[in-house]
Design a protein around this ligand. Structure first.
Ligand SMILES: [Zn+2]
Ligand SMILES: [Zn+2]
Length: 253
């Protein structure tokens, strides 16, 4: 027999729109000052507001305000400006730091994380009959610009590191997805890496279109994409999610 089951609290007899557990959590959260709310509490408030909106269709699905909808949301507009400015600032710092230590296209780095091309570094060293120093040596071939931002706190997958022996030759994967080098992690607000990535042979130029990379236009495009990004089903990223994943911080906290 089909019985209504709540996708929020998993109990039977009501759906998420009528969920008393969610409503209570939202009410408790609403009674607190905004700064004291946890992520899940803010999220509960937003969900309740979203359900109300779909019923009445007159509250903002971004901030929960009843007097406007998402298209007229000034908080959202301001958040996009803030996030764009922060990205421009962060990228300028990144370019400066990259230049300081010679990080750019054509530089040689060594890393000791798992290689999609060669497996563990020990095996790579054995195969190439080189001294087993437990590092993979890679040529910086391409930046993954959409990952060069302040909310990528682990500095993951920011450039493609090509192998030398297999450069251009058929291999299952043509490159390793590499991390921001250790030389610049701290100065661009990233956590220390679990693995090591070091610049072995620096270059004098970063090798990308710098002006474009740090331009307000380019940065705004990327921010806009993120704010419009479809998360689950038809829902876009919510404000609390954007704060939680760091997009709305300035990268220095
Ligand atoms: Zn429920
Ligand atoms: Zn709003």
């Amino acid at each position: 027999m089909a019985t209504t089951r709540c996708s929020s609290c998993y109990s039977y007899g009501h759906n998420k729109r009528g969920c008393p557990v969610l409503k209570e959590r939202a009410a408790i959260a609403a009674a607190k000052p905004a700064a004291d709310r946890s992520y899940s509490e803010s999220r509960a408030m937003e969900r309740v507001a979203e359900f109300k909106q779909s019923a009445a269709n007159r509250s903002c699905s971004y901030c929960g305000d009843q007097k406007h909808n998402i298209a007229g949301c000034n908080i959202r507009k301001a958040d996009i400006v803030t996030a764009t400015d922060s990205l421009v600032t962060w990228r300028k710092t990144f370019v400066e730091q990259a230049k300081n230590c010679g990080f750019g296209i054509g530089a040689v780095i060594k890393h000791n994380h798992y290689s999609t091309t060669d497996g563990y570094a020990r095996d790579d060293a054995k195969k190439n009959n080189s001294p087993a120093d437990n590092f993979h040596y890679r040529l910086v071939a391409k930046f993954v610009t959409e990952n060069l931002n302040y909310w990528n706190k682990n500095g993951e997958d920011v450039f493609q590191g090509k192998t030398f022996s297999e450069f251009g030759i058929n291999s299952r994967y043509s490159h390793d997805s590499c991390y921001i080098p250790d030389e610049i992690r701290r100065s661009v607000g990233m956590r220390d890496g679990y693995y090591i990535t070091l610049i072995v042979s620096p270059v004098s130029s970063i090798g990308i279109d710098e002006a474009k990379f740090v331009s307000k236009f380019e940065c705004q495009q990327e921010i806009q994409t993120l704010f419009n990004k479809k998360d689950r089903k038809k829902k876009c990223f919510s404000r609390s999610e954007l704060i939680y994943n760091g997009t709305l911080s300035n990268g220095t906290t």
